[in-house]
Design a protein around this ligand. Structure first.
Ligand SMILES: [Zn+2]
Ligand SMILES: [Zn+2]
Length: 357
């Protein structure tokens, strides 16, 4: 439960808070040193910062000034002191979510172990919430409330069986919500002492558990049992909730299957695209190979052509052939045959000596 506290003043208030996660440690330390249960003896203790720090418990201290609003988280332990005269207004606020309800159920269990009454009628709240809004709740929130409701109903039915009395529908607009014996919340059943000489007279509304102890005090067993709901209302509701839960489960399963299918499809698609890529790669490789082959062929052809040409040139350059060429040229140029021969021999010897070098 959240707490909203507004201060009107005129004086300030001093706050000390311990976060939810350290409350049980603080409780143990206080119990060990002072033999005091902070939950059971609420309002009977006041700790200070030094005590918390000595025991390694993180604590926050701050001052609330007139006009300030303090908002505490669910489960935060706090103690407040006025530094003079101050008027405060505070509200306990429960948000409809799984964390807040978890915290309230946890506190209920603690209170049960120390027989301390819980202010919030959490059992009725759970029942009414599920009755009116179960379709709107988140899955985890619904599951938590539904499991708790089944437990609360079972607990109450067990007590009712032990009481061995008849229960009739409570009068309309009845406002019996807390037991006058244990001050716990009245859930499904309550008992009224109808003894005209009852000692309690104005405080005769009990939970099923407490009517036995009242019987001894009042020395009477003139009880009338009442029920807040007709039996079929609770049974129908549980049936409806169970059906809803089953449908939710199927729906979640379907969704999960769909997700798995989607994932599988994605994997298949990926595989396919990989295969396509492989094929494309192969085609590309083939094309590339062809191009390389072509280039190789061309290279070979060119080399062969070059060889043929070179051979031709080499043949042309052989001394006799060269001579003939020169003679042919000299004929064309009308140069004397002997001169040409001499000249050619000179050129040739020059060529041979240069190649030898
Ligand atoms: Zn009681
Ligand atoms: Zn009585």
């Amino acid at each position: 439960m959240f707490i909203i506290k507004y201060i009107k003043g005129p004086d300030d208030c001093e706050w000390y808070t311990i976060d939810n996660t350290h409350v049980q440690k603080f409780r143990k330390v206080v119990k060990k040193i002072f033999d005091l249960d902070i939950h059971k003896d609420e309002g009977l203790w006041f700790s200070n910062v030094d005590f918390c720090l000595e025991n390694e418990i993180p604590v926050k201290k701050f001052v609330q000034k007139p006009g300030d609003i303090v908002y505490t988280n669910s489960g935060t332990l706090h103690w407040v002191r006025s530094k003079g005269i101050a008027v405060n207004s505070s509200w306990n606020v429960a948000l409809k979510n799984v964390e807040v309800f978890q915290e309230m159920y946890r506190k209920l269990e603690i209170n049960k172990t120390i027989a301390f009454p819980t202010i919030v009628p959490i059992r009725l709240l759970t029942l009414e919430l599920l009755k009116k809004e179960y379709q709107k709740l988140q899955n985890d929130f619904f599951d938590l409330c539904y499991e708790k409701l089944k437990f609360f109903v079972q607990e109450e039915e067990d007590e009712k069986k032990k009481a061995k009395m008849k229960f009739i529908r409570e009068p309309e607009n009845s406002s019996v919500f807390f037991c006058d014996g244990c001050h716990e919340e009245i859930f499904l059943y309550w008992v009224h002492c109808e003894n005209p000489n009852c000692l309690n007279k104005f405080n005769c509304y009990f939970c099923v558990k407490c009517c036995k102890s009242h019987e001894r005090v009042c020395n009477s067993s003139q009880f009338q049992g009442y029920k807040k709901y007709d039996d079929f209302e609770i049974q129908d509701l549980i049936f409806e909730l169970e059906e809803f839960k089953e449908n939710q489960r199927k729906l979640t399963e379907k969704k999960e299957n769909k997700m798995v299918d989607k994932k599988e499809n994605k994997v298949i698609e990926k595989k396919k695209s990989k295969e396509i890529n492989k094929k494309e790669l192969k085609i590309l490789e083939k094309k590339e190979n062809k191009v390389i082959e072509k280039i190789e062929n061309k290279k070979q052809n060119d080399e062969e052509k070059y060889k043929i040409k070179k051979k031709q040139i080499d043949t042309d350059m052989e001394p006799n052939n060269l001579m003939e060429h020169m003679i042919a040229v000299s004929k064309i140029l009308h140069v004397k045959k002997d001169e040409t021969k001499m000249e050619t021999e000179n050129i040739l010897s020059a060529l041979i000596s240069s190649t030898n070098k």
